[in-house]
Design a protein around this ligand. Sequence first.
Ligand code: COA
Ligand code: AMP
Length: 648
Amino acid sequence: MIALSPEFEAATKAAADDPEAFWADAAKAIHWEKPWDKVFDDSNAPLYRWFTGAQVNTCYNCLDRQVEAGRGDQDALIYESPITDKTEHFTYSDLLARVAKVAGGMAALGVTKGDRVIIYMPMVPEAIISMLACARIGAVHSVVFGGFAANELATRIDDAEPKLILSASCGIEPGKIVAYKPLLDRAIAMASAKPDHCIILQRPQQLASMIEGRDIDWVGFESEAEPTGCVTVEATDPLYIIYTSGTTGEPKGIVRDNGSHLVALAWSMQNIYGVNPGEVFWAASDVGWVVGHSYICYGPLLHGCTAILFEGKPVGTPDAATYWRIIERHKVTVMFTAPTAIRAIKQQDPDGKLVKDFDLSSFRVLYVAGERGDPDTIAWGEQILGVPIIDHWWQTESGWPINSNCAGLGLYPVKHGSPGKAVPGFDVQVVDEGCNPVGPNETGAIVIKLPLPPGCLPTLWGHDDAYISKYLTDYPGYYKTGDAGFIDEDGYLFVMSRTDDIINVAGHRLSTGAIEEVLSNHVDVAEVAVFGVADALKGQVPLGLAVLKAGVNRDPQLILGELVQSVRDQIGPVAAFKTAGIAQRLPKTRSGKILRGTMQKIADGLAYPIPATIDDVDILFEIEQALQLLGYAGGPGPMPADGDGDAT
Ligand code: COA
Ligand code: AMP
């Protein structure tokens, strides 16, 4: 039996025995304008709510309250942009002043409580200012990641129907400038919902042309604006919508509320990450992802920490020591990144020599998430850094960690490959298809017993029904995470795969179904399959096999180039879709289900069982040949049949 920390055990027990008392106690960390009527409200089950009747303002808790408590001169945000060779410090007072003005400017344009505002920005301080300014006036922001193409942005505009869009002329990626404004213009042209205005931050690296009457220059907008105060909202009012990949091409609008989000994040900063107010916390993610929302922006600020906003990559900006340089420069105590970033550093500095040039004495622990922390990478990182590397598991939907070793409650022994035990408040179980719990080490669907604790999605934007059908129906009484894995005899979770078509590319969540949708629109394509194949840097990358329509006699290489380009144009470069091949036919079950899982195993060079349900085994050999032409499928080949053998 593994000995856990007594604090962790006590918190787990307290949260399970009396969740209302536990979360009411955690809620003392927040300033409420009005206390709640009910800590937990199940009157509209299964749409549960926390802290109903309470009133609050998220921006007040992140900024005004910190200044009032004497943190005005402390850095709230440090903008570290090695890609533009710039470092900028914002104290809590600076950030408050700028946020209050931008909020005032938005209010003057008619944005009021409940209105939606889309933020399509690179990693610049104005992105954080925009989020907090929305929170200040009760507007609901939706940040869209910059690596998405116009079409994806248009889908989000149509779903969120924003009154205003805040954007910038360009983003800066290694070796290139990504013009955001033309993408924004194209997206608005495509969308049916039209914003009244766009506020555009002109970055000196590339100026954007403006559309008169609609577009407003950020600098003039902010300088002319009158600062405004915080608008009180209901704890249950939405703070933001974040779109994430679903099992079809349709993105899902995950809703986050104000009150329970504040409570969960404040609790996690202290108890999971073990960071104290006044210390420096760095999540090297992007504001477009949930990690950026929770742990670049809201979590650190409401806990009185200094947050770092990093515009760069773990390698090449300027080198593989950039993380260590920033940790030393700003005395970072706790950092958060994705395993793919550690792999990128390892590729360039395999012996970890660069670390030795830096004083990392402030650094206590590195948390990783976004994909499974593969044991080799974690062990390498621990060895070169000399601090614990903690894999923790969560999702856009949860908004904060579900399973994690909690530094603030005393770390318990780490098992590589596992994100540890459920965080207090989460009841995580593994079940079979009939929703029966499976035994230790048996693989099944990972589910969470309802109700979910504070901070998790209360619903999907405008689609309560879809929330219920997608997440709460397959396993009655449980939330379906979409992940599969097992819990071992010590209660450690191992997250091994998805049960749907989601793949993780460099810590980014993508739907292969969405890529298939784009590819199948090509005039020459009859049928297509996309699946994730192993990649030494990104964990997985998507690979497509297309069957061409009969009679097509154009150069196949030309067609494949068009397919790759179409995904870049319609989903965006973030999909990292670079490899497509031609297949004569696709392997299917007798009922017509494409055997993507089998093709994935063939591509990855793994032994694959011949699915008992396949009609014609020769197809698998054809696929092996097609994949070999693409540089894949160097494995042992088929094993004897054992059922379907295909997970997707
Ligand atoms: N705006 C515009 N384009 C963007 C973008 C943005 N914000 N972010 C990425 N892109 C583009 C890149 O330029 C690249 O385009 P390319 O195909 O023309 O080269 C493409 O999207 C893929 O980018 P990325 O996933 O960053 O891959 P990369 O090869 O440039 O870098 C890593 C690889 C591993 C260094 C990088 O993925 C990384 O830093 N990952 C860590 C991610 C992370 O921390 N996630 C946190 C989740 S918890
Ligand atoms: P996202 O919503 O983009 O954060 O992606 C969430 C998904 O990423 C999860 O459902 C998992 O499939 C995967 N994931 C995130 N963190 C981990 C982890 N620590 N271990 C294994 N998978 C992870």
